[in-house]
Design a protein around this ligand. Structure first.
Ligand code: 1PW
Length: 210
């Protein structure tokens, strides 16, 4: 990794998802490499860390779950085999299981994708509308009322778009052409990832059958 990528987290995230898309292409359908996946997801942690004190809990939750996947990937090589093991042990829904953590982390990635799409289409410097849409689409249907209320309150303490970009070492003056390209790259390259995580839907069907 070049030093410019280390200093520019958006670039590092875009690059890691591009690598992940390339890894996914080489593998049989669905057999996503667990190490490559969790490595790319851990690069995203820095974004959750930029959301301000109100989302500290969200950051800790995401980081803990990604770390669990990073550790698990040292002994279990693909995501489907992690799910398969949890199915065998009847721990798919158990708090802290790899499969459950994987689903939460996947939602985190989905939310970041929608957030960036929304940052590009919403007017002005506020992050609140973009973040509210992303949360409403991805997490809200899975959260109870208390968490939804806490997140809604936290939205008022978000940094502005330009503050967020500044924290990410991008042009703090707004959406510069440079970071715009990075955002588009992240949005684009997370698509192959979504296709490859289709097995998560499969295991939900298997659960329904039980
Ligand atoms: C700039 C974007 C701003 C939007 C912020 C979105 C934050 C979304 C994540 C909030 C998660 C914190 C609340 C914790 C929820 C937990 O109940 C749940 N985790 C998730 C990711 O849903 C816990 O899962 P678990 O440990 O019971 O498997």
């Amino acid at each position: 990794m070049g030093s410019s990528e280390a200093e520019k987290p958006l670039r590092r995230i875009a690059a890691s998802f591009e690598e992940l898309a390339a890894v996914a292409k080489q593998q049989p359908a669905g057999a996503m490499d667990a190490g490559a996946f969790s490595g790319a997801c851990s690069n995203v942690s820095v974004l959750f860390g930029c959301l301000g004190i109100a989302f500290k809990f969200a950051e800790m939750d995401y980081v803990a779950k990604v770390n669990d996947l990073v550790e698990a990937s040292k002994t279990i090589s693909t995501l489907p085999s992690m799910v398969e093991l949890d199915i065998q042990n009847d721990t798919v829904r158990k708090a802290g299981s790899h499969t459950r953590n994987m689903l939460r982390v996947k939602r985190g990635i989905d939310m970041v994708k929608v957030l960036f799409e929304q940052i590009l289409v919403t007017e002005g410097n506020s992050l609140r509308d973009a973040a509210s849409v992303a949360y409403a689409q991805v997490f809200a249907p899975h959260h109870g009322r208390a968490i939804r209320m806490a997140v809604a309150a936290g939205m008022y303490a978000l940094p502005s778009k330009s503050q967020l970009l500044k924290k990410l070492n991008e042009d703090g003056e707004g959406l510069s052409k440079g970071s715009n390209a990075e955002l588009r790259q992240i949005i684009g390259t997370s698509n192959p990832l979504r296709g490859r995580t289709i097995y998560l839907k499969e295991f939900r069907h298997r659960l329904v059958k039980r």
